[in-house]
Design a binder for this molecule. Structure first.
Ligand code: AMP
Length: 374
């Protein structure tokens, strides 16, 4: 059943992903109600209502659920009890089972491998003996990660020599940890995939993601690599959506190895920074696709009418460029409405479109992102 216009979509999380979902929802005639810990947040600023408080406050969770028709997420690390309560009160999309898997790297990798999807070789690490055994099996270098609550490179440590093990094990919290064999990847790519209430699955084109200081810096759409790799990435993303019986939107982050193999790194059951290019290069963006799936609307094909480069604006350095970005023809600006530009904080992004098939090479991209001199 389609949620009628005028209904209220509840969004857990107050960040920019919630903001852009709320804006897409408004265009389809929906109200949004945001649940976030802060009184002012990028999402609450553009929503019809907000519940402000701790995600673990069950009384507030209940009030929030009573104010909305359906619940979705822009932040998925909700305490388990809050999730359980929500499920008893309103439809939760994507479902709680998917959130539990994506919150836990061990469950996530087990799910992926059981679905026949390759990941980096990995081992669960509960104590230092496990770590020694895992290193003996997977070799060095390797990456040690927390199973829960990691993002943007936080909660992980690179292990290069046997001397690195003890300190990394002691530092990373909470336990248990996961050791992953180091993937000497040629590129990092991702696919945004959506699945509707009726089971329709649509996958956006695979894109390449480039990071700076562990934070996404730039997305190239489509990823400049062989079509066989791009199609394999989309196939994997569709498989994930189908096996999880997703209702909603999900990002699949992948590594492409030098010989063109595609390994899945992690999944995020929500809009994703690497999907921001769709806001200007696709008739139906990742945010509209998210809202359509959650509201039980039909999903159009994930069509791309242009090639695109997305550039993230992070911290005060990038925001100092804002006036020049606004004054540079061809750059499509998106500001998240955050007042304070702390270092490392995602403040906005811009997209630059190119005719379909016309994504330039490295020098051309640099040139296209160069800002007007004012
Ligand atoms: P994650 O938090 O898992 O998304 O990891 C953050 C970043 O660390 C990734 O985008 C990669 O650049 C790098 N990374 C993570 N896992 C591995 C791995 N097993 N091998 C090589 N690089 C990795």
């Amino acid at each position: 059943m389609m949620l009628p216009p005028g209904s209220t979509i509840g969004i857990i999380g107050g960040g920019q992903l919630g903001r852009m979902s709320a804006m897409a929802a408004a265009r389809l005639g929906y109200r949004t109600h945001v649940f976030a810990p802060e009184f002012k947040s990028p999402a609450a600023d553009v929503a019809a209502g907000a519940t402000v408080g701790d995600y673990g406050n069950l009384a507030l969770v209940e009030l929030f659920a009573r104010a909305v028709n359906v619940v979705t997420f822009e932040f998925e690390n909700l305490p388990a009890e809050s999730l359980e309560l929500l499920e008893t009160l309103k439809p939760v999309r994507p479902g709680a089972g998917i959130l539990r898997i994506s919150q836990d790297r061990v469950l996530e990798k087990r799910f992926l491998n059981d679905a026949g999807i390759a990941t980096a070789p990995w081992a669960k690490v509960e104590n230092e003996e496990d770590l020694a055994a895992a290193v003996a099996r997977l070799g060095l270098p390797a990456v040690l990660k927390t199973t829960r609550l990691g993002y943007d490179g936080k909660g992980q440590a690179m292990l290069r020599t046997p001397e690195d093990l003890a300190a990394a094990f002691a530092r990373l919290e909470p336990k248990p940890l996961v050791l992953e064999g180091f993937v000497n990847f040629a590129a990092e790519i991702s696919v945004m995939v959506a699945r509707g209430v009726d089971g329709t699955v649509v996958a956006f084109d695979a894109v390449e993601n480039r990071h700076k200081h562990h934070i996404l810096d730039m997305t190239l759409a489509p990823a400049p690599m062989p079509v066989t790799v791009l199609e394999e990435a989309q196939r994997l993303a569709r498989t994930v959506a189908e096996k999880l019986e997703l209702v909603g939107l999900l990002g699949v982050e992948m590594f492409v190895t030098a010989d063109g193999a595609v390994l899945v790194n992690e999944i995020a059951p929500r809009p994703h920074n690497s999907g921001h290019w769709t806001m200007d290069a696709c008739p139906c963006s990742q945010f509209e696709m998210h809202i359509r799936a959650v509201a039980g609307l039909p999903l159009p094909p994930a069509m791309r009418h242009s090639d695109a480069v997305m550039k993230n604006l992070v911290g005060p350095e990038d925001m100092a460029l804002w006036p020049r970005i606004l004054a540079t023809p061809g750059l499509i600006p998106h500001h998240y409405g955050k007042v304070e530009a702390r270092p490392g904080r995602k403040m906005g992004h811009f997209n630059r479109l190119f005719p379909k098939g016309g994504l330039p090479g490295e020098l051309g991209i640099e040139d296209a992102l160069a800002l007007a001199e004012i």
